[in-house]
Design a binder for this molecule. Structure first.
Ligand code: GLC
Length: 521
């Protein structure tokens, strides 16, 4: 149980529920709010403190909920408002905080505002909530600038009267113009709506995107697209200085309520620029995506940790660690897949959970779920179509969670016909099978989270690096926890200290390759 304190989130472990894939109570093959409610005991046993639920608002699902048609209601596929209230009440009764996704940067093209904009004339107030512009070239048939969409193709789509509108993501996700006070006011209303219902905070989608440079100038051709790689300095779509004014407005609303927080999805890799989002009147937390993007290699992981700590050092915020989410290949797969990937993922879990600050666990991390090779016809991510079938997109990391049994849908749903197909052979991966096995990933997570919560070794926000053999990460927290991660490829000697937990059995005072250990130093 989390004890409510002003800063309950500072050391919290959040669990990301990708709603479509977590648990399906309505038997349509898509997860829902009632499904989450039915699986709260799993989260309590796991030992997390809080949930982040991905968007469950009315949506045509062009981007699986990140295209929001009405931010103050519930998509019927996922339930209704009273179902949300019931989930919130149960979660709170179980000692779990609940945070929801806020998608400010864009709306769905089916949002009443966008429909009104389409029906209105160029230059009208209805168009001024979005970015409608005339095209370039003699007849305006060229897009207004050269920006690429994160999902492939241009960021502009032309409407019948000849104007173009901006969409950093899919054409079904038109960007809103936060220079328009009406847009900011509506976002504030959405915040109040969910805060009054009792949510504990928000995860802010594309938190580095809600400001565009004046005049929307061309950007230097960049290889990266902002979402899937480090934003380069020339990427004008993201991290514009004007975005901070929006965050200050958001924070002012949150501060009217007690104990609420916001975490930003800021794909910003410059430490100082990331720190700017964490000023006292902006976000409480910002995901640090360096662990999510680092290779399984000592220097790269050490540098990820160092940069993440350096970014938050001048701010009131703790670091915020992420190994996987619904946008990136799962870490079991990134680390090589199969037994090796799983072994490394076990070690990575101990690394993540030993670090000071906040940890986000993506649903299925605790089961060691890998990415799934899906057949072409099963793919649903807009990236697949928009890239002309050259990029497979993010479906591989979004396959539903297996709960029990030996065949699809493994207790996720009563129908085997799930929105993304679940593979054969996942019986041993289910939560049920793993709960009964002390050597499973699930048992490791449970032990790690229980220790993290109960032991004073995990106190202190500093990380002191310890001398260690080449290829080994070793650090100490001021509370006394020592964490060693062996990426050297060979066994290494264990330092002095009582072993609290290890990702592989420790024998003869050595730590095996691709293993991690927690010691009381
Ligand atoms: C964020 C979400 C991603 C979504 C995008 C557009 O990056 O995590 O899933 O596609 O924003 O809303």
């Amino acid at each position: 149980m989390t004890t409510p304190t002003a800063d309950w989130w500072r050391e919290a472990v959040f669990y990301q529920v990708y709603i479509r894939s977590f648990a399906d109570a309505s038997s349509d093959g898509v997860g829902d709010l009632a499904g989450i409610r039915s699986r709260l005991p799993h989260l309590v046993d796991l030992g997390v403190d809080a949930l982040w639920i991905t968007p469950f608002y009315p949506s045509p699902m062009a981007d699986h909920g990140y295209d929001v048609a009405d931010p103050r209601d519930v998509e019927p596929t996922f339930g209704d408002l009273s179902g949300f209230d019931a989930l919130l009440a149960d979660a709170h009764a179980a000692g779990l905080k609940v945070t929801v996704d806020l998608v400010p940067n864009h709306s769905s093209d089916q949002h009443v505002w966008f429909q009104e904009a389409l029906a209105s004339a160029p230059g009208s107030p209805a168009r001024a909530r979005y970015f409608f512009r005339d095209g370039r070239g003699p007849d305006g048939s060229e897009p207004p600038n050269n920006w690429p969409s994160v999902f492939g193709g241009p960021t502009w789509t032309r409407v019948p009267d000849g104007q173009w509108y901006l969409h950093i993501f899919a054409p079904e996700q038109p960007d809103l113009d936060f220079a328009n006070p009406e847009v900011v006011a509506d976002l504030e209303e959405t915040l109040h709506f969910w805060l009054r219902r009792g949510v504990d905070g928000f995860r802010i989608d594309v938190a580095h995107g809600m400001a565009k440079p004046d005049g929307l100038p061309d950007m230097a051709p960049a290889e990266d697209t902002g979402l899937f790689a480090d934003d380069g300095p020339g990427d004008l779509r993201f991290d514009q200085d004007g975005v901070h004014a929006v965050h200050r407005r958001l924070r002012a609303v949150l501060d009217q309520y007690e104990d609420r927080m916001a975490v930003g999805e800021c794909w910003v890799f410059d430490d100082e620029r990331l720190a700017a989002y964490l000023r006292p009147d902006e976000l409480h937390l910002a995901f640090n995506f360096r662990l999510l993007t680092a290779d399984w290699e000592a220097d790269s992981l050490r540098s990820a940790v160092q940069h993440s700590l350096a970014a938050v050092a001048p701010t009131p915020a703790p670091a915020c660690w992420v190994l996987s989410n619904h946008d990136r290949p799962r870490h079991v797969t990134r680390y090589g897949g199969g037994e090796l990937g799983t072994r490394r993922a076990r070690a990575a879990a101990l690394l993540q959970l030993a670090l000071p600050g906040v940890a986000y666990v993506y649903n299925g991390d605790e089961l060691g779920m890998p990415d799934v090779d899906l057949p072409d016809e099963a793919l649903q991510d807009p990236i697949w179509e928009r890239s002309g079938h050259t990029e497979r997109g993010r479906d591989a990391c979004r396959v539903p969670v297996p709960w029990s049994g030996d065949s699809p849908a493994y207790g996720f749903s009563t129908t085997p016909d799930t929105w993304l197909p679940m593979p054969a052979g996942w019986g041993p991966l289910t939560a049920e099978a793993q709960a009964a096995d002390p050597g499973s990933m699930l048992s490791l997570y449970r032990s790690a989270l229980a220790l993290r919560r109960s032991s004073s070794a995990f106190t202190g926000e500093d990380v002191q690096w310890l001398p260690a053999p080449e290829g080994v990460l070793a650090f100490r927290r001021s509370g006394g926890l020592v964490c060693l991660v062996n990426l050297s490829g060979a066994p290494v000697p264990l330092p002095e200290g009582e072993v609290l937990l290890a990702s592989e059995a420790v024998a003869d005072s050595t730590l095996a390759a691709d293993a991690a250990v927690w010691l009381q130093g």
